[in-house]
Write a protein that binds this ligand. Sequence first.
Ligand code: PMV
Length: 313
Amino acid sequence: MCEATAPGKIILFGEHAVVYGRSAIAAPVSQLRATATIAANNTAGIRLIAPDLEIDVQLGTLPDEDALAMTVRQVQRAINLPQLPDLTITVHSDIPIASGLGSGAAISAAIIRALATYLKQPQLLDNKIVSELTYEVEKIHHGTPSGIDNTVVAYEQPVYFTRRQPTNLIEPFEVKRPLHLIIGHTGMRSSTKTVVMDVRRQWEADSVTFEAIFDACGDVAKAARFAIEQGDMAQIGRLMSENHVWLQKMSVSSPKLDKLVDAAMAAGALGAKLSGAGRGGNMIALIEAGMETAVSEALFAAGAMSVFQTRIS
Ligand code: PMV
């Protein structure tokens, strides 16, 4: 039996603009994880079990565009194996689904790593390969993914990411002082693909305005990297709040996200913004250590469905 895990993620700066080539910053959320277990199967074929998704199926019955089936096929293709041995893949995840925490990417990365170990294909455990294979699956969730989710989930470290052809720019960087973050979940699911497509429609209709917004987000991400490297918490917080305003202008926030952001700020957060595709999902707030309870309580009072604490270092 083989087991592997992969973390959830948050986007600290630059979501959406990253799709259009501007830099963005993302970090793993290591305490929220997806786990994949591979075991030998005494019946023919590949059985996929994901209790959280109420899935228990034979791989062969899934449509080609199914993300779990696609993940297995990516591995099969990468090692050029015409047929996989009979096996059972079980997937568990504590990462909320469709909420901007990278659950799809983490599940794919965990399956790829577990299969690579089970099939004795250590070359597939390389972070770059895990990221590339996960990216192919991400296209189902996202349509036109920037590549930031699969990168941060596979490398499991904070990254300054810029989408580039032929290869993306992936720059790990120093986090001078740990970032204490509170993640507030709106309880509303949101389809990244739909929101990303909607931003594209708006960009096509008014590219001058949207290019300027994307430029501003890129500038914020660049300044934020510098502030994180310097450990300048007040500046990081200000930049998060500024980024949220640009995301509002893209129309990807929502009344609930705005309410949680305002509540976190009123409770003393240094900065707050939505994180991920928006319209639902999560927001994040930067706090000084010791403010966890006050900000968490304020988020619950403002209607957060769940609240997680995380530390980026
Ligand atoms: O997976 P989410 O919801 O965190 O969104 C990813 C971030 C986007 O910038 C909106 C899309 C992308 O591919 O980068």
